[in-house]
Design a protein. Structure first.
Length: 434
């Protein structure tokens, strides 16, 4: 997590100030619930809330932690300094550190998920707008990097829209997965705290109670969350790779917006490089690097150990901040993407009609030729074109079996682009239902 690849809104969620504010709210809400149950005096609960406008001194908490070597105790000590030792004596009543740490972590993850969802929605809006703009802009489809058959730029963008729409659903599910809290005490048995306290705190913090938490919230939830971030990052890379390929000089079907005054290379003034999408590709690798550690956090000793803690202190902020930045970077790329229909047309025609080979093949089988004979005739003509001959229509017309099966106008009709595009609107209706 470095400023270069961070947005302030997401960084703020993971700041020490935000963390300590959440810790305070958890403790204060727990005091309220304890007071309602008659476990602690209401005056003490009210006294804790008088610190709600206090600025927690991060440096002071850090100083206490250097002595206590315990972050939650350091915070509680500082809170007592603000509230007063007598007024604060019932804070953390019946609770354990993980009640605060895990519940806070899940609050942070749900808030981070909200920003990730918003970023995905921005990207979806951009993909939708550009897909409709270029619904019928014809370009060559490629398999194995080789010209295959025609498609449209709109279909390419619609495909990415559908993928990111699935990403949106996954992020919403991932948010729900980690939106649980636990105030269940040591080993999670509620021995020294009433389950009503947990229900109250979770309600106030926008969570639901974890059904069974031992001393920690089960980490399979977090594994699913970070795995989802990895999948979303891979989808962003999928879009980025396509744009990077389209920007290659010999294709130049689309390119990232190149701003006035922008420089592409320190050595070569002519360069216009796909640096933003290359950046997204790299960021996707970073997000995915959090997945395996999150999976390995699932297996903990008995009711609790803290082998997961150091991992989550890193991957929590790093993965969410990085993915958040990547989502908004990709949205900007799509919003400003420069598209060149004429270059798409040029590339479409580069193989001189070979893109219609399947239409001729299928038509020959309809005329009675075996598939093997039809394939041999069409491939023979196609290979002559590949090897430097004329155009496909001329070569295929010269084959006796083909000329016997079709008139000139019939064969020319088989080399028309229309059939490739006749179901574009059908596909759009599936991707973008009204």
């Amino acid at each position: 997590m470095i400023p270069r690849y961070s947005r302030p809104e997401m960084v703020a969620i993971w700041s020490p100030e935000a963390k300590f504010r959440i810790w305070f709210e958890i403790e204060a809400h727990a005091c309220d619930a304890q007071a309602e149950l008659g476990v602690i005096p209401k005056a003490n609960a009210e006294a804790v809330w008088r610190a709600k406008d206090a600025e927690f001194d991060v440096a002071r908490i850090d100083a206490i932690e250097r002595e206590t070597r315990h972050d939650v105790i350091a915070f509680l000590t500082h809170l007592g300094e603000i509230v007063g030792p007598d007024e604060a004596r019932f804070v953390h009543q019946g609770m354990t550190s993980s009640d605060v740490l895990d519940t806070c972590f899940n609050v942070q993850l749900t808030r981070a998920a909200d920003l990730l969802i918003a970023g995905t929605e921005r990207l979806l809006a951009a993909l939708r707008a550009r897909a409709f703009e270029h619904r019928h802009t014809v370009r060559i489809g490629r398999s194995h990097g080789i010209h295959a058959e025609p498609t449209t730029m709109g279909l390419t963008l619609a495909r990415f829209f559908a993928e990111m729409d699935r990403a949106l659903s996954r992020l919403r599910d991932a948010r729900a997965e980690v939106a649980t809290g636990a105030i269940s005490g040591a080993v999670g048995t509620f021995a020294n705290i009433d389950p009503a306290v947990e229900e109250h705190v979770c309600d106030r913090m926008g969570l639901v109670p974890e059904p069974i938490s031992t001393q920690v919230i089960p980490r399979d939830r977090h594994a699913m969350f970070f795995a989802t971030l990895g999948v979303v990052a891979s989808s962003l890379e999928n879009i980025a790779i396509e744009i990077r390929h389209m920007q290659r000089t010999e294709l130049r079907e689309a390119e990232e917006f190149f701003a006035k005054g922008q420089k592409g290379s320190s050595a070569m003034p002519h360069k216009r490089n796909p640096v933003l999408t290359e950046n997204v590709t790299g960021l996707a690798r970073l997000v995915r690097s959090a997945v395996v550690p999150a999976l390995e956090n699932v297996a903990l000793w008995h009711e609790r150990d803290i082998s997961h803690s150091s991992v989550e202190r890193v991957i929590g902020p790093d993965a969410t901040v990085t993915l958040d930045f990547a989502l908004h970077r990709m949205a900007q790329v799509v919003e400003q993407l420069v598209i060149y229909p004429e270059n798409m047309k040029r590339n479409l025609e580069a193989t001189r009609g070979l893109i219609h080979s399947q239409q001729v093949l299928l038509a020959l089988t309809q005329k009675g030729l075996s598939r093997e004979a039809a394939y041999s005739a069409v491939q023979g003509a196609a290979m002559r074109v590949w090897e430097g001959g004329g155009d496909f229509l001329t070569e295929i017309s010269a084959d006796p079996q083909v000329s016997a099966a079709f008139t000139g106008p019939e064969l020319a009709a088989l080399c028309d682009i229309g059939p490739h595009l006749r179901h574009v609107d059908t596909i759009f209706a599936r991707v973008f239902p009204e």
